[in-house]
Write a protein that binds this ligand. Structure first.
Ligand SMILES: Nc1ncnc2c1ncn2[C@@H]1O[C@H](COP(=O)(O)OP(=O)(O)OP(=O)(O)O)[C@@H](O)[C@H]1O
Length: 560
């Protein structure tokens, strides 16, 4: 740093030690004068808010104290602050369980939200629509919001319109309701788990299809929404938040939302493979390739077999909270069920898409950057169909499509640690049905900090843009002959676990969509240095959460 350009901002004493704060070349520096090496630096762009303190310190120990109460939210206008509704939270918008909309939301372009953001000229979100799921995780999302999110949003003068959901699917219904003018918001945010986030982006992509006049059941393509979304983790697993930020720390996510940087996240779409077949048979002369029926989109993982069974079974025990996954997981582990299936996966002909290449998706990831601009590592367009199909058949304990690595607190390496957030590809993870002993190895590997699933001999991982899954079918009757009896064991089918929610359609096609949505986040820095997505190191978030009071101990959640 050039001393000449240093601007002293303040000097003060805490517990007989002298400190000074100065500004230099875009960096704020807090320095202990007795030991010039003891410095804390913050880029000016990372400062959330500046408050002038009129009360230096009453007892000589505390340096600053906010001199005034947090700014009261700006006057309401048509976005009513709901004291009138008896709400405890002045930002809260009440909704009934049957609601798909509410007349207190921004419903058309003229109902713009008044702002009072004189001290911010950066490109940060000024008003957000925030959906909170009070039902997921440990059912403490509202308490977490009140404790961590609300003060930070107030500090940063971000207007929040809060909707506390009253039922499942309500976020989807509200976001897809045309009567709400989403363009009046700088972002849509949810506070909940992976299922809540899934409702939000499924709703937003569907809304974008509706706005563009596309057929939402058989879309010719998935359009990119132009509004960023964010997640404040308050679920059971919080895999998405963990992969986006390198941590499930709630303050880190909130600060990333406030700072407003966003980047592209791949979204994988699940189509009904049977609906395609029927469509083809009915209209063989149809011009062009008929599109299969879109069932759902996912951001973390889609799993058939073991994890599908757990998702289905554990819903019955939701009252147990996150422990339900342990309980159902144990039951399904003992059952050791295998499922017959055929998977057709499209692989890069040149073998350049290696899911075990050791390259993690970190800050300024080259792979994701190139994918967005139509090129992947090999220098050719990802969109180019330079792939060949590989057919894999057998009996599987589990078949999973990982849209992201799926690393989380319970499973530090996730399904596939080198899966990228924005390269337009997903990792197909096939776990063969074997012995109970191998299942135990699988579980130990899944929860290990260092071991990877790819190291197990009964696990195969393929990187692909799409795959087709067909559960074992009853052989067709041949010329009136009676087909040989097939055991119920052979014909058994599982369910799909799609971002933690159950999907009942079995035969599906899965396709990744490169950076379909924009999410509030910053790149994850490699731990122990800087780098651009090229090293096999666990990342750490580069947010400033550590400067705030610490959250209650992180929950170590099971990993379905
Ligand atoms: N008010 C509500 N009542 C009942 N269900 C709700 C309500 N609001 C949202 N939901 C549903 O709750 C389900 C679970 O939410 P979510 O996935 O966020 O929590 P979780 O399953 O505990 O966490 P994770 O997915 O991270 O493991 C979602 O499918 C969502 O649709």
């Amino acid at each position: 740093m050039d001393k000449e350009h240093e601007v002293l901002l303040n000097a003060f004493v805490i517990a007989k030690k002298r400190y000074r704060v100065f500004y230099n070349a875009g960096i704020l520096v807090w320095e202990d004068e007795s030991s010039k090496k003891a410095k804390t630096t913050v880029p000016i762009t990372d400062v959330l808010s500046v408050a002038v303190s009129k009360l230096p310190h009453a007892n000589g120990k505390q340096w600053t104290k906010r001199s005034k109460a947090p700014p009261s939210p700006p006057s309401a206008g048509p976005i009513a602050r709901n004291e009138a509704h008896g709400s405890l939270d002045s930002d809260r918008i009440p909704v009934l369980s049957g609601s798909t909309t509410t007349n207190t939301l921004a419903t058309n372009a003229s109902n713009t939200i008044p702002h009072n953001h004189s001290n911010r000229d950066q490109n940060r979100p000024k008003n957000l629509l925030l959906f909170l799921n009070p039902y997921g995780g440990k059912k403490n999302a509202l308490a977490l919001y009140e404790r961590f999110a609300k003060p930070l949003f107030r500090l940063a003068e971000v207007d929040i319109n809060l909707i506390i959901t009253q039922r499942a699917q309500q976020i989807f219904d509200i976001v897809t309701s045309k009567s709400i003018a989403l363009e009046n918001y700088d972002g849509l945010v949810c506070c909940g788990g992976d299922g809540t986030f899934a409702e939000l982006f499924n709703g937003l992509v569907t809304r974008t299809m509706i706005d563009r006049g596309l057929d939402v059941k058989h879309p010719p393509f998935l359009p990119k929404p132009n509004i960023p979304i964010g997640i404040i983790p308050a679920g059971s697993t919080d895999t998405v938040a963990c992969c986006l930020n390198g941590t499930t720390d709630i303050k880190t996510s909130i600060i990333h939302i406030i700072l407003g940087q966003h980047s592209g996240l791949d979204i994988s779409a699940v189509y009904d493979a049977d609906a395609v077949a029927r469509h083809d048979e009915e209209s063989p002369s149809t011009m062009g390739k008929p599109r299969p029926q879109l069932l759902k989109m996912f951001a973390s993982a889609l799993s058939y077999g073991y994890l599908g069974d757990i998702a289905y079974d554990s819903e019955k025990y939701r009252w147990m909270g996150p422990k339900r996954y342990d309980y159902s997981g144990f039951k399904k582990f003992l059952a050791n069920r295998g499922y017959n299936a055929e998977i057709v996966v499209h692989l890069d002909r040149r073998g350049k898409q290696d899911p075990n290449d050791g390259v993690r998706c970190l800050d300024k990831c080259n792979r994701c950057k190139k994918a967005l601009h139509g090129r992947e590592d090999g220098g050719t367009s990802v969109e180019n169909d330079d792939t060949e199909p590989l057919v894999v058949r057998g009996k599987f304990l589990m078949v999973s499509g990982a849209n992201i690595s799926c690393s989380c607190e319970r499973s530090p390496q996730g399904f596939s640690p080198y899966c990228h957030l924005g390269d337009g590809l997903l990792d197909l993870v096939l776990v063969r049905h074997t012995s109970m002993f191998n299942n135990l190895r699988l579980l130990l590997t899944m929860t290990s900090k260092t071991k990877k699933l790819s190291e197990l001999p009964f696990v195969e991982i393929y990187r692909t843009k799409e795959f087709r899954f067909t559960a074992n079918r009853q052989p067709e009757h041949n010329g009136g002959e009676i087909a040989p009896a097939i055991s119920s064991e052979t014909m058994r089918r599982s369910k799909w676990n799609c971002d933690g929610e159950v999907l009942l359609d079995t035969n599906i096609i899965v396709e990744s969509n490169c950076q379909l949505i924009q999410v509030f986040r910053r790149g994850i820095l490699p731990s122990g240095g800087t780098g651009h997505g090229g090293s096999d190191q666990r990342g750490t978030s580069n947010a400033l959460a550590s400067s705030f009071d610490s959250q209650s101990s992180p929950s170590y959640n099971p990993w379905p």
